[in-house]
Design a protein around this ligand. Structure first.
Ligand code: B12
Ligand code: SF4
Length: 506
C-alpha cells in the first residue's frame, strides 16, 4: 500500500516508529512537510504565512504520489492545523485520511465527528496500522481492528484498546529518512526517547492520562535497554555524520541508576556527543551526576513548577519537597552542567508572597536558565476537571480545548475580575526578574525584592520579548539548539519555496 504522512517541521518520533514498521512490512511511505512558516505558537504573522504557505505544494505532491491512505499525527496545539490540512486534501482528492497521536487518542469521541477524518488511531499505532493496511490491501477493510475507530456509512465503530507493547526493544529502530526534512536534521540535532510513559501522575500533565487510557493494558512506564539506544544513535551518526547534539526528551531520563551507569559507560565509549536530557529532580544525586558528567551531559532540564509545597503536592500532585529540588539543582550546578528549570505561573491561589518566595530561591541558587510557562488546560487532565468544578474555567472554554482551539490558561477568581487584572499586571512585572535573575548580581535582586521595586517596573517591557532576546543572545546548549532550529527552518524552507516558485515560472 502507498502511505503518505504529513508532518510539520518538528522531528516526529511516533512517525519514525510507524514508517519504520510500515517499510519493514513492504509498504511504500512518503512524508510531506508543512514547515508552517510564520504560523506557529511562537511567531504568527498572517500575511507572511500566506506568502510562504506550503499547503498547495503538499496537495500537488500528494496528487502526484497518489497514496492509498494519508496519515496525520498531532498533539492538541496542532489539531486545528491537522483539520485544516485534512479539509484541504478532501476538497482536492478522494483519499482515506487517518489521524493518530496524543490528541485523537485522548478525545476520539470528538475527533471522529470531524468529516475529514475517516479513521482514528487511539493509543499505540504500530501493530494496528499494519493490520489496517494489510486488510485494505486484501480489498476488504477489517472493521474490528483494535485501537482503530472507523466510520462505516453513518455508523461509528469504536474498537477497544489492545495491550501495550511490553518490550520496547522488540520495535524496529525508528526510521531516519522520515526526519530528513525536519529542522532537527539540518541543525544536526537528534531527539529520541529511552522510555515511554511516566510512573508519576502530575495533575496538569497529559501523559498522566495514559494511566486511564491504558488501564489494565500492561505497565504504562517502559524503559528501553541501553544497547538499543546506542544502536539508534550509531545509526544517526552514520546517516548524518554532522550530528552534534543529542536530545533525550524523556519524561524521566536516567530514572534507574543501574541503567544510567551502563548508559554512561557505553555512551562515552561509542557515541561521545554532547547531550541534553529531561530528568525528574528525584533522580538527581551524587552518583547519577557522576554518570551523567562522565557520559558528556551538557544540560539538564528539571520540572520545578512551583516552590509552594502545598500547591505542588496538593494541586499538582508532584510528590517532592523544596529541599530535594534545591539539592538537585545545586548538585547539577556544582558539576558544571547547565540546569534549566521549568516553572509554571498563572494558577489559582498564586499571590505576590509566593512569587517572592520563588525569586528568593532563585536569587540564592541561580540556575542557568528559568523558563516560565502558562499552565494550559489540556483535554482530560486532572487539573482541567478541577478547573471546571471550581469555576476557574467555564465548561464552554474547556470544550474549546477538546477541539484544540484556544488553550485556556488558569484564571484566578472569576468573581473578582478587577483584582485579577491587577494581579496579572503585577505577575508580568515580577516575571521580568525571573528572566534576568541569573545574569544580574544577587545584591541587585535582593534590593529589588526587599524594597519591592518590581512594582514600579514599566508595563511596556514584555516578558516574552525579553525571553526571545535572552534566547538569541545567550550561549547555553538549549538556547543554541532553539536558535539553530529557528534559523535553519526559515532558511531551508524559504529557499525551498523560492525554488518552487522559480521552477513554476519557468
Ligand atoms: C518527544 C516529544 C516532543 C519532540 C518530538 C515531537 C513528536 N511529536 O515526536 C519535540 C521536542 C519536537 C516536541 C514538540 C512538541 N511537543 Co512534545 N512531547 C514529546 C514527548 C516527550 C514524547 C512523544 C513521543 O514521541 N512519544 C512516543 C511516540 C512513539 O508516541 P506517539 O507520538 O504518541 O505515537 C504513537 C501513537 O500515538 C500512534 N500514532 C501517532 N500518530 C499516528 C498517526 C497515525 C496515522 C497512526 C495510525 C498512529 C499514530 O502510533 C505511534 C506509535 O505507537 C511527549 C511527552 C510524553 N512522554 O509522551 C511530549 C508531548 C507530546 N508534547 C507536547 C507538546 C505540547 C508539544 C508541542 C506543542 C510543544 C510546543 N510548545 O511547541 C510541540 C508539538 C510538536 C509536534 N508537532 O508534535 C505535549 C502534548 C500535550 C497534548 N495534550 O497535546 C506532551 C504530552 C508533553 C506534555 N506533557 O505536555 N515534543
Ligand atoms: S509532568 Fe513529568 S513527571 Fe509529571 S506526569 Fe508529566 S511527564 Fe511525568
Amino acid at each position: 500500500m502507498k502511505v503518505a504522512f504529513i508532518n510539520d517541521w518538528n522531528q516526529h518520533i511516533g512517525l519514525q516508529h510507524l514508517t519504520a514498521i510500515l517499510k519493514n512490512n513492504g509498504h511504500e511511505v512518503k512524508t510531506l512537510t508543512d514547515p508552517r512558516l510564520f504560523d506557529d505558537l511562537y511567531l504568527s504573522i498572517k500575511p507572511l504565512h500566506k506568502l510562504f504557505d506550503f499547503k498547495n505544494n503538499i496537495i500537488a505532491e500528494l496528487k502526484e504520489y497518489s497514496p492509498d491512505i494519508v496519515g496525520l499525527s498531532v498533539a492538541t496545539p496542532y489539531y486545528q492545523w491537522a483539520c485544516e490540512i485534512a479539509n484541504l486534501i478532501k476538497s482536492h482528492m478522494d483519499v482515506t485520511i487517518i489521524i493518530g497521536g496524543m490528541h485523537p487518542s485522548f478525545v476520539p469521541e470528538r475527533v471522529i465527528l470531524n468529516n475529514s477524518f475517516d479513521m482514528i488511531c487511539v493509543g499505540e499505532g504500530t501493530a494496528a496500522f499494519i493490520e489496517l493496511l494489510n486488510s485494505m490491501e486484501k480489498g476488504t477493510i477489517d472493521y474490528s481492528i483494535k485501537n482503530i475507530w472507523f466510520k462505516r456509512d453513518s455508523e461509528l465503530i469504536k474498537n477497544d484498546i489492545r495491550p501495550l507493547i511490553e518490550n520496547l526493544d522488540s520495535l524496529p529502530i525508528p526510521d531516519m529518512d522520515v526526519f530528513k526534512d525536519s529542522t532537527s536534521f539540518f541543525t544536526n540535532s537528534y531527539v529520541l526517547l529511552t522510555v515511554r510513559g511516566c510512573p508519576n501522575n502530575c495533575s496538569y500533565c497529559s501523559v498522566s492520562y495514559y494511566h486511564q487510557l491504558y488501564k489494565n493494558k500492561g505497565p504504562q512506564f517502559r524503559v528501553r535497554c541501553v544497547d538499543s539506544v546506542i544502536e539508534e544513535l550509531l545509526l544517526v551518526k552514520s546517516i548524518n555524520n554532522k550530528t552534534k547534539r543529542i536530545i533525550f526528551n524523556d519524561t524521566n531520563f536516567g530514572f534507574n541508576i543501574n541503567w544510567l551507569k551502563e548508559f554512561s559507560q557505553k555512551y562515552s565509549e561509542k557515541i561521545k556527543l554532547d547531550f541534553f536530557c529531561v530528568m525528574h529532580p528525584v533522580s538527581i544525586d551524587e552518583e547519577s551526576i557522576d554518570y551523567l558528567k562522565a557520559a558528556g551531559c551538557k544540560s539538564i532540564s528539571l520540572g520545578i513548577q512551583t516552590w509552594d509545597e502545598d500547591i505542588r503536592v496538593n494541586l499538582f500532585n508532584r510528590k517532592i519537597s523544596n529541599s530535594q529540588m534545591e539539592k538537585a539543582i545545586l548538585l547539577i550546578k556544582k558539576s558544571k552542567i547547565d540546569v534549566l528549570l521549568d516553572n509554571l505561573y498563572d494558577f489559582p491561589g498564586r499571590n505576590e508572597e509566593e512569587i517572592i518566595q520563588y525569586l528568593e530561591v532563585y536569587t540564592r541558587i541561580k540556575p542557568t536558565r528559568n523558563y516560565f510557562y502558562r499552565l494550559h488546560y489540556f483535554p482530560k487532565t486532572i487539573i482541567s476537571q478541577r478547573a471546571v468544578e471550581n469555576n476557574w474555567l467555564l465548561p464552554e472554554e474547556y470544550e474549546d480545548s477538546l477541539d484544540g482551539l484556544e488553550l485556556r490558561t488558569l484564571r484566578y477568581d472569576r468573581n473578582k475580575a478587577d483584582k485579577t487584572l491587577k494581579k496579572t499586571t503585577l505577575f508580568k512585572k515580577m516575571q521580568i526578574l525571573f528572566i534576568i535573575i541569573d545574569i544580574v548580581p544577587k545584591s541587585f535582586t535582593k534590593y529589588i525584592l526587599d524594597k519591592k521595586i518590581y512594582r514600579y517596573f514599566p508595563t511596556f517591557i514584555s516578558p516574552l520579548i525579553l525571553t526571545i532576546i535572552r534566547t538569541l543572545t545567550v550561549l547555553d546548549f538549549e538556547s543554541r539548539y532553539f536558535r539553530a532550529i529557528f534559523f535553519c527552518r526559515y532558511f531551508h524552507f524559504t529557499k525551498k519555496k523560492f525554488l518552487s516558485l522559480f521552477n513554476k515560472s519557468k
